[in-house]
Design a binder for this molecule. Structure first.
Ligand code: PLP
Length: 390
């Protein structure tokens, strides 16, 4: 098997920062207590949890008790949507939910599941640049709307959504607002007061923390029916022994991300711009998907007309370059990306698209090498396709 030498799939996951790993390690071994145990070993784990919660709350500008630890972005999204919907089901209020057509499947499939319980869902389309307009959300609202869920930044095309504006119009009407901030956390501001959100999902493995751990920010007073039953953990909101090393690692990874935010973002954005400019100038019939300005500093999503995206990815892999076609969660399926279709690409264009997402440890040399391999491979695949068509 060849090795990945240039990793350009940071939207799928990131490596754990060695500094993060170091603070996690004691909680696997000598500080292994269960945070619910009353003796010293348990209290040590409890203290670590409390401290992690407080540190995360400081970054979000919220109260520590508004952070609910989960197993990651998928669980946080499921809890937000189902929790609010089922609360309303019990309390006999409205049945209408508004979300967008290009959310992550953790939101989309939760919304579809809720439709089976009688909820009506409006899926608002983003514009061709991948931006959801507040006016489009406003138009979708009804007197019986209970919940709006719009992602902070899209995981495939990296476009950043006008969350504050959308939150403001929800608050004016007393509608709960959730944002999936899984791709935004560690890159964009997370101050929940400034954003005005009620619920916000985060996953640690997108910002150099461990996999399988995340949290849901839940503003005090948000109507929500907790979904996981068992022990009294998380103040009776989410049962199950807490992932102590994971939570400790997540809190530190988030702190590091915000301490180093400006420097990381500037460096990554410069590499991203070099990659975009290089692709558009060197490869004919290539187009960037998603707004060029309102996008995450690390995201490049391009369509190469006449090239099969999967074949291109296999060729990149042979050169030790890791990239992705749309979201990693749909890899293996032949369905074109629902995100690219939602912004108006044809299924064929969607299948000719790839996503390259940069990280803090990529180098200018890696970008130059990627450009060379891309230019050479796209030209070769196109001439092969032309020869086959003859
Ligand atoms: N939401 C978005 C926008 C994502 O990009 C992802 C992961 O790719 C998730 C949710 C799911 O997060 P997790 O992998 O932690 O379950």
């Amino acid at each position: 098997m060849n090795r990945t030498e240039i990793y350009l799939d940071h939207a799928a996951t990131t490596p754990v920062d060695p500094r993060v790993l170091e603070v996690m390690l004691p909680y696997f071994s000598k500080a292994y207590g269960n945070p619910s145990s009353i003796y010293a070993l348990g209290r040590e784990a409890r203290a670590a949890l409390d401290q992690a919660r407080a540190r995360i709350a400081r970054i979000l500008n919220c109260q520590a008790r508004e952070i609910v630890f989960t197993s990651g972005g998928t669980e946080s999204d499921n809890l937000a949507l189902k929790g609010v919907a089922f609360w309303h089901l019990l309390n006999g209020r409205g049945r209408h939910i508004v979300t967008t057509a290009f959310e992550h499947h953790a939101v989309l499939h939760s919304a579809e599941y809720l439709e089976r319980f009688g909820f009506e869902v409006t899926y608002v389309r983003p514009d061709p640049d991948g931006i959801v307009h507040p006016e489009a959300i406003e138009e979708a609202l009804r007197p019986d709307t209970i919940l709006v869920s719009v992602m902070y930044a899209n995981n495939e095309i990296g476009t950043i959504q006008p969350i504050r504006e959308i939150a403001r119009l929800c608050r004016k009407r007393g509608i709960t607002f959730h944002t999936d901030a899984v791709q935004a956390a560690g890159t964009l501001p997370l101050d929940v007061e400034k954003l005005g959100v009620d619920l916000l999902s985060v996953s640690a493995h997108k910002f150099y923390g461990p996999k399988g751990v995340g949290f849901l920010y839940v503003r005090s007073g948000t109507p929500i029916l907790w979904q996981q039953h068992g022990g009294a953990q998380e103040s009776n909101r989410r049962a199950g022994t807490e992932n102590v090393p994971g939570i400790v690692g997540m809190a530190y990874a988030l702190e590091l991300a915000y301490e180093e935010l400006e420097e990381r973002n500037a460096r990554i954005q410069a590499l991203r711009d070099r990659l975009i400019d290089g692709i558009l100038s060197r490869i004919p019939d290539a187009r960037l998907n998603g707004d060029r300005e309102r996008r995450l500093p690390n995201n490049v999503n391009v369509t190469f007309e006449g090239v099969d995206g999967e074949t291109l990815l296999l060729n990149l892999d042979l050169h030790g370059i890791a990239a992705s076609s749309g979201s990693a969660c749909t890899t293996g399926s032949t369905e074109p990306s629902h995100v690219l279709l939602a912004i108006g690409l044809t299924p064929e264009q969607a299948r000719s698209s790839i996503r390259l997402t940069l990280g803090k440890d990529n180098t200018p040399e890696e970008i130059e090498r990627t450009l060379d391999v891309l230019a050479e491979t796209v030209t070769r695949l196109r001439s092969l396709a032309r020869a086959r068509a003859r």
